[in-house]
Write a protein that binds this ligand. Structure first.
Ligand code: E4P
Length: 218
């Protein structure tokens, strides 16, 4: 499972990149608004920092023609731009055209396996089921995700599944066990994934024992 970072904050992106585990970025208008910078400046800064991995940028228009115009504009920002299109009837029409033009798409705001099936049929590059927001309304997001993984296997759909709206480390663990292609994870949860109290306690003890035994390697 690839690790994408669900953020528009450049400091967070740089940190995950330094750790060597950054495989892509997803943003949305909410995340871009949280940077406190003009959206275009924030988007271009991300693309400069990550020129060789997929970066999702979302359209704002909701009509077919408007989405196409915005998507074509966003695609000019870089070869690694993936245009995020919401799952609406206008959106799926737009994805079909963009796919034919060779523009990469990420169908977002997906909440059911049937929406994901349609995203696959129209040739979306990625589909983003939102698991946390389903949990929020007392519907198990991971069950929907499991259905999508199953349907994509049965029908040999090549669209990559991005588990989105990831809210905790257990979501990440269960996404990995389901065989999801990608999880897009907030920075705070990536940090939690890298920490284990037993690692910290174990290291402390090893260092104390090394001191007692006068171990000095260099
Ligand atoms: C990513 O593509 C989504 O925009 C994001 O994961 C949504 O997460 P949220 O439900 O925590 O806002």
């Amino acid at each position: 499972m690839k690790i994408f970072v669900d953020t528009a904050k450049i400091e967070e992106i740089r940190q995950v990149k330094e750790w060597g585990i950054l495989e892509g970025i997803t943003t949305n208008p909410t995340l871009l608004s949280q940077t406190g910078k003009p959206w275009k400046e924030a988007a271009l800064e991300i693309l400069r920092e990550v020129p060789d991995k997929p970066v999702s940028l979302e359209v704002i228009a909701t009509d077919f023609e408007g989405m196409l115009k915005e998507a074509r504009e966003l695609a000019k920002f870089g070869d690694n731009v993936v245009v995020k299109i919401p799952f609406t009837t206008e959106g799926i029409k737009a994805v079909k055209v963009l796919t034919a033009e060779g523009i990469k798409t990420n169908v977002t705001l997906v909440f059911s396996s049937l929406q994901a099936l349609v995203a696959g049929k129209i040739g979306a590059t990625y589909v983003s089921p939102f698991i946390g927001r389903l949990d929020d309304i007392a519907y198990e997001g991971l069950l929907v995700l499991e259905e999508i993984v199953h349907l994509y296997e049965i029908y040999g759909i090549e669209t990559e599944i991005i588990a989105a709206s990831v809210r905790n480390v257990d979501h990440v663990r269960r996404c990995a066990l389901l065989g999801v292609d990608i999880a897009t994870i907030p920075f705070s949860i990536i940090k939690q994934m890298l920490y284990h109290p037993l690692t910290e306690i174990g290291l402390k003890r090893f260092l104390e024992d090394a001191k007692k035994a006068n171990i000095s390697i260099l």
